[in-house]
Ligand binder design. Structure first.
Ligand SMILES: [Zn+2]
Length: 290
């Protein structure tokens, strides 16, 4: 096991952070705007989100770089700032952490459908490598490849991240199938664990796509399919659209009530995804106190 991962999970479950997107929206990020661009435009608001998670007790915080790959940034005319936006994202989280939390830098999907053939696998891997290099140069402790639906894309992103020499977490989103145990591409937890382990991921996980109750079974299946530590970040229940806004209505208490089941199922890292807030992280932390 990678030394840092061992250090974080050796004494029990490590707590990660909660959502960033919904937190940035609460601070004025408009629908359709580029969240990652805020690292340059509104670094103080991004740092406020990161700091709130550190203060809530996160052992690990991520970075506001989920969509900071060249392809997604091009949609906002920001592709020439790819390295700068990623570096700024790590610098913001490191400032907020102040040595109290580790910074795991986020890499999300590219927005490219490989099977459409517009971009070659080599070009896609190079775009992830460009992002990963900037994250590593800025001092990230690890890289998290997250919210992946396509195992082929996830493999390329993990392989690109591994080139930095940092530990890499590989996560997929299970939001499809009648039991919510498949990715949009039909991938099962067993297939995901196999693909991500083969790509060299140091931790295997799942984030987003459903509420925490659904993650207990996913976690157990991932645990059985790989020898790597398991990383889980669940949503605050299923979203409802109210007045044109997506609202997640689960309470921190209800969320934290599933934490013992997740620990039992083998989770080594636990945190939140869409709709979760620093209050959720506080509640998770309290649920883990023996
Ligand atoms: Zn999410």
């Amino acid at each position: 096991m990678h030394g840092l991962i061992e250090q974080l999970t050796g004494a029990g479950v490590a707590v990660t952070d909660g959502a960033w997107g919904t937190q940035l929206q609460d601070r004025g990020l408009e629908t359709g705007a580029c969240p990652d661009g805020w690292n340059l435009q509104h670094p103080e608001r991004v740092e406020e989100v990161a700091r709130a998670y550190v203060e809530a007790g996160s052992d690990v915080i991520l970075t506001n770089t989920f969509g900071a790959n060249r392809f997604l940034l091009a949609r906002h005319g920001l592709e020439e700032k790819t390295a700068e936006i990623n570096r700024a994202g790590v610098e913001i989280s490191r400032r907020a952490a102040g040595g109290r939390a580790r910074v795991f830098a986020s890499i999300g999907p590219s927005g490219i459908m490989l099977m459409m053939g517009d971009v070659s696998p080599e070009q896609l891997q190079e775009a992830f490598a460009e992002q990963a290099r900037a994250l590593a140069e800025a001092g990230a402790d690890a890289i998290v490849v997250e919210t992946m639906s396509d195992p082929a894309e996830a493999r390329l992103a993990v392989a690109a991240a591994k080139e930095t020499g940092l530990p890499v977490v590989g996560c997929m989103v299970f939001d499809s199938g009648k039991d919510h145990d498949r990715t949009m591409m039909g991938t099962t937890p067993e297939q995901a664990a196999e693909a991500l382990t083969a790509a060299g991921a140091d931790c295997i996980g799942s984030n987003c796509g459903q509420g925490i109750e659904g993650f207990v079974g996913i976690c157990r299946r991932l645990r059985a399919a790989t020898d790597r530590p398991i990383w889980i970040k669940a949503n605050a229940g299923l979203p409802k659209v109210i007045g044109g806004r997506t609202v997640f209505s689960q309470t921190p208490e209800k969320f934290a009530a599933s934490v013992p089941d997740l620990v039992q199922a083998g989770a080594a890292f636990i945190g939140g995804c869409c709709g979760t807030t620093p209050e959720f992280i506080k509640a998770v932390k309290e649920a883990l106190v023996p």
